[in-house]
Design a protein around this ligand. Structure first.
Ligand code: DQA
Length: 143
């Protein structure tokens, strides 16, 4: 089973950005964590990070026929991007939304999630562990 993990803007700054919120782990630490979790679940995983909305849309479109599911942390685009929502709807793959922080207990503008209007599962506020939970969900839902 192949899963595409997408990470949006500023997640490449993990370890530097607002450590009180996001922790001290770097983006490379997150990538290692996802790879280890995928290995334990016998999943093939491709991980892609971009600061660009269009690149994320293209990555979702290109997932069609190549992946069995998508795990996405669209970061700030979560709250703004109809284009990412439309791309997810277009490809129709099982999709789990993940956020490191609890977007429902931060600023009010973070409570709206366009990704969540399509995603079949959302995990937030569990840090890196949320990615493992989403990968597990893909295994059970897409098999
Ligand atoms: C985030 C939450 C978003 O609101 C924020 O813009 C991010 C990261 C998270 O993982 O907690 O960049 O998606």
């Amino acid at each position: 089973m192949k899963v595409l993990v997408l990470n949006g803007p500023n997640l490449n700054m993990l370890g530097i950005r607002e450590p009180a919120l996001y922790g001290n782990g770097t983006y490379n630490d997150l990538v290692d964590f996802i790879r280890d979790a995928a290995k334990e679940l016998y999943l093939d995983v491709e991980i892609f990070q971009s600061n660009s909305e269009g690149e994320l849309v293209t990555a979702i479109q290109n997932a069609l026929g190549k992946f069995d599911g998508i795990v996405i942390n669209a970061a700030a685009y979560t709250h703004t991007s109809v284009a990412i929502l439309d791309a997810l709807k277009a490809v129709g793959l099982p999709t789990a939304e993940v956020h490191l922080t609890d977007i429902h207990n931060r600023e009010p503008f973070r409570r709206l999630s366009y990704v969540g209007m399509y995603a079949h599962k959302t995990v937030c506020g569990k840090g890196f562990e949320g990615y493992r939970e989403c990968l597990k969900w893909i295994v059970t839902s897409a098999s």
